[in-house]
Design a protein around this ligand. Structure first.
Ligand SMILES: [Mg+2]
Length: 406
């Protein structure tokens, strides 16, 4: 059985330039993990969600030391123990765990000649239907983007909205007119309507244009508001920002605050953990979507193997990848769209080959003892050690600090 010789962790900075309600994201930091074993190599990607990538890197160094010299199945076991321990009381950027687990599963399935989805369970499908996201821009540009996605065979669009009733009605109306009645449309407000009453007023108008889901219309912890809103509209309510740890899935089902959950694997960690949580959500009567983090072909492929291994999919996946959104990638054969779907790579393991020169191009060089790296690590460990009631109440000041440091 193959043993891990060493792990390499890279921070990558991908230029993005996408507009969201709180501002423009010029770039996003991702983590790439390469694992070298006595037989094969594995690669995995993750994105930090709550803190800076420096913290993920620091945790990655610890994980690398723990699994060094271990057999691959033992390393998987060790990883799930690390995750179990961390989830007890800390906010963790699980993106690094996702990257490590993907890399180990890639190496493991390559060694046994399997497609990675098989390591996760069973292969239910090889075509993964995709969602096209329309980011905020002047309306004519948003319409152009929506039409571009549908010209690629996409039948499900997610439209970012602003929280301003007039603007949002205009955006949705014009996109609906441009794409026709058969395309499924949903909106993502990223909390921009803030309160249930304001959201309900706009949603009632958007119902006319056949919107099927409103994602995170109001504030993330406003459970009463979300529950009330569900009764005030025929549009299904999806939560995204409201979910930030695995136990939130139970809470959402018990409190009946949403119909659909957006599952971002880097928020939940390992693919196997995310998969179990999705199965649980289904058992609790919730619907789900796999969220997107604009990943490279490595992450896109990992998500595709996850989707391939799930018994039921209710909506197309959001993760469509940097290549389809921005036209570049770090793998040799980027995964393009074919009639609105991404085809599962079946070459064995994850099924992708890294383009090392592209990895170098986007690599973020940093010195672990630099002042701002130490500052973000200190802020992160102090904050994450605080009790949950505090973190639940004061989440955003921390995000602001994160933005400032990055
Ligand atoms: Mg969202």
């Amino acid at each position: 059985m193959a043993k891990i010789l060493r792990s390499e962790i890279y921070l990558l900075r991908f230029p993005l330039d996408i507009r969201l309600p709180w501002g423009t994201e010029k770039y996003r930091n991702h983590i790439l993990v390469k694992i070298r074993t006595t037989e094969t190599e594995g690669v995995g990607e993750g994105t930090p969600f709550y803190t800076h990538a420096y913290n993920s890197h620091a945790l990655g160094i610890k994980i690398a030391k723990t699994i060094q010299g271990q057999k691959l199945p033992d390393a998987l076991e060790a990883l799930s123990k690390i995750q179990e321990r961390l989830v007890q009381n800390r906010i963790v950027d699980y993106g690094i765990l996702l990257a490590f687990e993907t890399a180990i599963l890639d190496a493991l399935s390559k060694a046994s000649g399997f497609v990675m989805a098989k390591e996760l369970g069973k292969i239910y499908r090889k075509k993964i239907p995709a969602t096209g996201t329309v980011y905020l821009a002047p309306i004519s540009e948003m319409v152009r983007f929506a039409k571009y996605w549908t010209s690629q065979g996409i039948t499900h669009l997610k439209i970012k909205v602003t929280g301003n009733e007039d603007i949002d009605c205009k955006i949705v109306k014009q996109i609906r007119e441009a794409v026709g009645p058969r395309i499924a449309l949903r909106i993502d407000a990223n909390q921009a309507y803030e309160k249930a009453e304001k959201a309900a007023k706009t949603l009632r108008k958007l119902e006319e244009h056949g919107i099927i889901i409103a994602e995170q219309p109001i504030r993330w912890r406003d459970w009463d508001g979300l529950r009330k809103l569900r009764k005030m509209t025929n549009i299904k309510i999806m939560v995204d920002e409201s979910v930030w740890k695995p136990s939130d899935i139970d809470l959402i089902a018990t409190k009946k605050v949403a119909d659909v959950v957006n599952f971002h694997p880097p928020k939940f960690g390992c693919l196997s953990v995310t998969r179990k949580l999705i199965e649980k959500a289904l058992d609790l009567g919730l619907e789900y979507v796999i969220g997107g983090a604009v990943m490279s072909g490595v992450g896109v492929s990992a998500y595709m193997h996850l989707v391939a291994s799930l018994r039921e999919i209710q909506y197309p996946s959001e993760e469509i990848g940097l290549f389809n959104i921005r036209g570049y990638d770090i793998i040799k054969k980027p995964i393009g769209l074919t009639r609105g779907c991404l085809k599962l790579p079946t070459a064995g393991g994850l099924g992708v080959e890294l383009d090392n020169s592209a990895v170098k191009r986007y690599q973020l060089e940093f010195n672990p003892s630099e002042f701002r790296v130490l500052l973000t690590r200190m802020a992160y460990s102090s904050y994450s050690a605080l009790p949950w009631w505090f973190k639940n109440r004061f989440r955003f000041p921390f995000n602001i600090v994160r933005q400032f440091i990055s």
